[in-house]
Design a protein around this ligand. Structure first.
Ligand code: KG4
Ligand code: ZN
Length: 359
């Protein structure tokens, strides 16, 4: 089955073509540099840029897949969670294509896309994952820190979420405090690689209270802010490069320690008999977090599955295509295309359009 997938959930205009779980093309037009000067994502700018680029990105994705629109069996699109006016651009375009070319439309939850991103495989590869269900999913991105029970593909339960900032958001804020720009997760990682995580003492979030099953990063962020201010005052000026590296390493260390402690605690407390963990989202680019998750997994007899390429970690449409493939296999395309609409606060465990009485 060949699917054209569109994702405009946030600040990437992305279109992909997948054949089952194999990626034939995956074009990602990032607006990150345009939003950088605002220190965050400006929804109106995101919408404007999506509108400007979407037709070109669709054309490029089809061309790179060596198919034509006539060879495509279905159109998939992210309906949420998303920045409402950004997500709307992709939804409108997907509906137009589905109606014009008489293709079924598959509505996809963006978080489901991230969870299933490790199942994507390169074109012509036989890569398979022998997953056992129930399995676990972890999405660590700019907007989400979600631990998910995957009873089977398409049947999810949210096990733990963040109480305040998402992990990626916390890393971005820490990077900004250290003068590293926006979005700062990747540059913070680079700095941390040359830093000493023991050089400073930062609090471990929810220490001893991991059983409560929440992630929380705002206390750690405030502690970093205080530490940065006191270090700056000591220097009587800006931070030195060494200080930045050490502060980055200390922050990452506690942020990731908290992440793995809560996950382990949820698994032990339930207890959950799982042997596979699927990890996705922009923060899963980070080598240190990958190492920690693998180490945690070894201790619990759980195998970590990560996307085969870093391009699948951040926002991209190929992951939406893969999720749509499983959904379409189960006959879950939308019955009434005109009713498909943006769902900015969609949860991965909520009923989908095709399941709703008026869907
Ligand atoms: O999944 P994503 O591209 O977009 C959302 O759906 O949010 O995730 C973006 C987040 C940002 O917070 C960014 O700083 C973070 O992923 N990120 C990283 C790295 N690369 C991107 N965080 C830590 N280390 C990285 N190498
Ligand atoms: Zn995302």
């Amino acid at each position: 089955m060949k699917i054209l997938a569109i994702d405009t959930a946030c600040d990437e205009t992305s279109v992909a073509v997948v054949k089952d779980t194999a990626i034939l093309s995956n074009i990602v037009w990032s607006q990150a540099s345009l939003h950088a000067k605002w220190g965050g994502i400006l929804p109106s700018l995101a919408k404007r840029e999506h509108l400007k680029r979407i037709d070109w990105v669709i054309k490029k994705a089809i061309h790179s897949s060596h198919l034509t629109i006539n060879n495509i069996n279905a159109i998939a699109v992210t309906v949420g969670p998303c920045l409402a006016i950004a997500g709307e651009v992709g939804i409108k375009k997907a509906k137009e294509l589905a109606q014009k070319y008489h293709k079924p439309l598959v509505a996809i939850n963006h978080i489901e896309g991230h969870v299933l991103s490790p199942l994507a495989r390169p074109k012509n590869s036989r890569l398979t994952h022998n997953l056992q269900f129930p399995a676990l999913g972890l999405v660590v991105s700019g907007g989400h820190t979600d631990l998910i029970l995957i009873n089977e593909i398409g049947k999810y339960k949210l096990l733990a979420q963040t109480r305040d900032d998402a992990l990626g958001e916390a890393l971005d804020k820490a990077a900004r405090m250290l003068g590293l720009g926006y979005p700062g997760g990747a540059i913070l990682e680079k700095m941390a690689q040359s830093g000493d995580s023991e050089a400073y003492t930062l609090p471990l979030p929810m220490s001893g209270r991991e059983k409560e099953g929440y992630f929380s990063y705002s206390g750690l962020k405030t502690a970093l802010w205080k530490l940065v201010e006191s270090e700056k005052a000591k220097n009587k000026s800006l931070l030195t490069k060494k200080q930045i590296q050490n502060l980055a390493a200390s922050f990452q260390n506690q942020a990731f320690e908290h992440l793995t402690r809560v996950i382990s605690s949820v698994i032990r407390e339930k207890p959950l008999r799982v042997s596979d963990l699927l990890v996705g989202g922009g923060v899963s680019n980070n080598l240190e977090v990958r190492k920690r998750l693998r180490k945690m997994g070894q201790g619990l007899g759980i195998k970590c599955h990560l996307p085969y390429t870093k391009k699948l970690c951040g926002d991209n449409a190929a992951m939406i295509g893969v999720a749509a493939y499983f959904k379409a296999l189960g006959g879950k395309q939308e019955k009434n295309i005109s009713k498909v609409d943006r769902e900015p606060r969609a949860r991965i465990d909520q009923p989908f359009f095709w399941q709703r009485p008026n869907g």
